[in-house]
Ligand binder design. Structure first.
Ligand SMILES: [Zn+2]
Length: 131
């Protein structure tokens, strides 16, 4: 199986930058900007899950915004890993992530094994959001 190598940094950097731009645009285009406003300019995501829970009672659109915000957080984290040289490694077990998986999901932070293990147990993200 093929793994990410540093010569692919430009390739994935471009994909992730493009995706981040799309997600930010989609969030800003949303009627409810409260979730989008939770995304500070420096890329910190603030309590978007709390926001989503509160908003979901009145507005389903907030759930879509929360999903976008969550994906955006993943894309931002992946770009940070690209910068610090840990991109392409599973953030749970540290093993390299299959390159084919990264091509499909450039923001993936877990290898297939850890991802499926997390889905079985938590039903959500195996790694809790750290602030
Ligand atoms: Zn793993």
């Amino acid at each position: 199986m093929k793994h990410y190598v540093n010569s692919l940094a430009g390739h994935f950097g471009h994909i992730l930058a493009e995706r981040e731009r799309e997600l930010r645009g989609a969030l800003e285009a949303g009627k409810d900007n409260e979730v989008a406003n939770g995304l500070a300019a420096d890329g910190e995501v603030q309590d978007f899950k709390d926001l989503a829970e509160r908003e979901s009672q009145s507005d389903m659109a907030a759930l879509d915004a929360a999903r976008l915000a969550e994906e955006l957080a993943g894309v931002i984290a992946a770009r940070e890993r690209l910068r610090d040289g840990t991109f392409g490694q599973c953030t749970a077990c540290g093993k390299p992530i299959d390159l084919r998986r990264l091509e499909v999901l450039p923001a993936a932070s877990f290898c297939v094994a850890c991802q499926s293990a997390g889905e079985e147990t938590a039903g959500a993200h195996p790694q809790s959001h750290r602030t």
